[in-house]
Design a protein around this ligand. Structure first.
Ligand code: C5P
Length: 245
């Protein structure tokens, strides 16, 4: 997979015209565009169709979490919308994860099923919150690994993980398990509200398959140039990986 295909741009905007302009400008630079809960709540399924009509692929990041039947029915709708990737909370449990994985395979047409990614521990939660508020006593990393293994055993394609967790998940879950990583910043730029950031090169070297980037591209004076700079760094890291340097 080429570097650009590994770049997912998070379309964290509200208006249709912004989406249209960004997709047009970044076509050929980003492999996939991420529609999150905010954009989806503003514009609904038509925004997915619109991006697809512009010839781009969509990562529908709605983080489903419900009883097995409801989550599976929503997953079927995501497949029908034409999402190439979408997310579910691993905390929904084995039955929910299996129902979603099965529903996606049944619903998928000739283009093959979308990738179903598990959300493990939200990066906004720290160790104390896990223990005191949610009653989860493992360390955040152990909880992430525990849920990544559950996701894999239920037939999910991979997980979304912070840069800090990538290497451990790769070691535990093997080469074929997808790892999608947000919190990406070029060296020397600010972290915004992300607590655990990594450069594109570090994230790829740790074993990430896809990088999710929002503000560093969206808020750049020239989004296309920002995407090109990220891709250049990604290319360097991948080349190095191929040569084992
Ligand atoms: O602007 P920035 O590059 O920080 O955007 C990262 C994107 O990845 C946002 O859409 C954010 O919601 C998403 N994300 C994240 N951390 C997670 C899961 C998703 O930052 N654990």
């Amino acid at each position: 997979m080429e570097a650009g295909e590994r770049l997912i741009v998070a379309l964290d905007v509200k208006r249709r015209e912004q989406v249209q302009n960004l997709v047009e400008e970044l076509q050929g630079y980003a492999g996939i565009f991420k529609v999150g809960l905010e954009l989806f709540c503003h514009l609904g399924p038509p925004v997915v169709s619109m991006i697809r009509e512009q010839g781009a692929r969509v990562f529908l990041d709605l983080k489903l979490h419900d009883i097995p039947r409801t989550a599976a029915q929503a997953a079927r709708a995501a497949v029908r919308m034409g999402a190439s990737m979408f997310t579910v909370h691993v905390a929904g449990g084995r039955d929910m994860l299996r129902s979603v994985a099965e529903a996606v395979h049944e619903e998928a047409g000739t283009g093959g099923p979308p990738k179903v990614l598990g959300v493990t521990v939200l990066t906004s939660l720290g160790a104390e919150q896990l223990k005191d508020e949610l009653g989860l006593t493992r360390s955040p990393l152990d909880q992430v690994l525990f849920w990544a293994e559950l996701a894999r055993s239920c037939g999910l394609s991979g997980v979304v993980a912070s840069p800090r967790e990538v290497e451990a998940i790769r070691t535990r879950c093997g080469r074929d398990f997808l790892i999608v990583t947000p919190g990406i910043r070029l060296a020397g730029s600010g972290a915004d509200d992300q607590k655990r950031v990594s450069t594109p090169a570090q994230a790829l070297r740790s074993g990430a398959d896809y990088l999710v980037v929002g503000r560093p591209i969206l808020q750049a004076e020239n989004p296309r140039r920002a995407a090109a700079a990220l891709i250049q760094e990604m290319e360097g890291a991948l080349e190095c990986q191929n040569k084992n340097c």
